[in-house]
Design a protein around this ligand. Structure first.
Ligand SMILES: [Zn+2]
Length: 309
């Protein structure tokens, strides 16, 4: 495989890859009812491109620990990885990096998952302390050896009772692969999506508080829109839309060619006026105020302006 890349002069060394190393990423992915394993050579211009992704195994099965273990055993994955890691290519050594989503990674290393008392694959931070930066820095790192020792404790001392998983730092299976933890790549995209989601939620909250404080202002401090929100709360948009429709229908009455048309539009206008008149104010819920409402269009504009021409 490497020779093919070399012939076509495709190998590239990114700044973080030492000159005497070839990095090969082994990725696990679950989707559309199948579990896939793929290899990518990182020393290429576009390491994540489809053309650089070679699927090495695929099974139509859920990504349970048992299925992952069975797949790895059936294709002799560890033996193949050992051979790959011991392989030299033109004087360069091969380093295998494991990636995948967090659930997959925790399963490969035998942890009970992100909901456990000790959810981190790389250190022994407790879940309740994750947001505390002082404690987070002090958490001792995990290694393949500590994972194996913890699993041993779980097996022997706690007789594999999952209720006691926390006493063995949530190691409930032996690690399935001999890849050291510094060579396990955190799921960058998922983490980024999580941060963006959190940021968006905070932004919505902030916009909502501005919307709420808007309703506390006096009439003379408010624009027409502000007055509308103060009067109708969460129903301001309904009121605005209905008023717009009424204006349209009224102009249709004026512009009607026949008496029949005029009558139809007049009746519709009448109905609308009754509905507007009976509109009850509602409490301003999250995302329903005018500022929060315009967030989406602001973000959309941001998104299109950040795209490359
Ligand atoms: Zn950690």
């Amino acid at each position: 495989m490497l020779d093919r890349y070399k012939e076509a002069n495709l190998l590239t060394w990114h700044s973080n890859i030492p000159e005497n190393e070839i990095w090969i990423k082994l990725g696990g992915d679950h989707g559309r009812n199948s579990l896939k394993l793929a290899l990518q050579i990182a020393n290429t211009a576009h390491p994540n491109s489809k053309r650089n992704t070679i699927v090495i195994a695929m099974v139509h099965a859920r990504d349970t620990h048992t299925n992952i273990e069975r797949l790895f055993t059936n294709i002799h994955l560890q033996e193949q990885l050992t051979a790959l890691q011991n392989h030299q290519w033109q004087g360069k050594s091969v380093r295998v990096i494991l990636n995948g989503d967090y659930e997959f990674l925790t399963k490969v290393f035998g942890l009970s998952g992100a909901a456990g008392t000790f959810p981190c694959l790389w250190c022994l931070i407790k879940r309740q302390d994750i947001n505390n930066s002082t404690t987070a820095h002090k958490a001792s790192p995990r290694t393949l050896e500590t994972l194996r020792a913890d699993y041993n404790t779980f097996s022997h001392t706690y007789r594999q009772n999952k209720k006691d998983a926390a006493f063995s730092h949530n190691s409930i299976h032996a690690p399935l692969l001999d890849i050291s933890l510094p060579n396990v790549s955190p799921p960058y995209l998922h983490i980024l999506l999580g941060v963006v989601k959190k940021h968006h939620e905070l932004l919505e909250q902030a916009a909502h508080s501005i919307d709420e404080s808007l309703c506390q202002l006096t009439e003379d401090q408010l624009t027409d829109l502000g007055k509308l929100v103060k009067q109708y709360g969460g129903e301001w948009k309904t009121k605005q839309d209905m008023e717009e429709k009424l204006t349209l229908v009224k102009s249709c009455v004026t512009l009607s060619d026949t008496a029949e048309q005029k009558l139809t539009y007049s009746k519709e206008a009448e109905k609308l006026e009754i509905r507007i008149g009976s509109l009850e104010p509602q409490a301003l819920k999250l995302r329903s105020g005018p500022i929060a409402h315009s967030l989406d269009s602001i973000l959309e504009k941001q998104n299109s302006s950040s795209e490359l021409p």
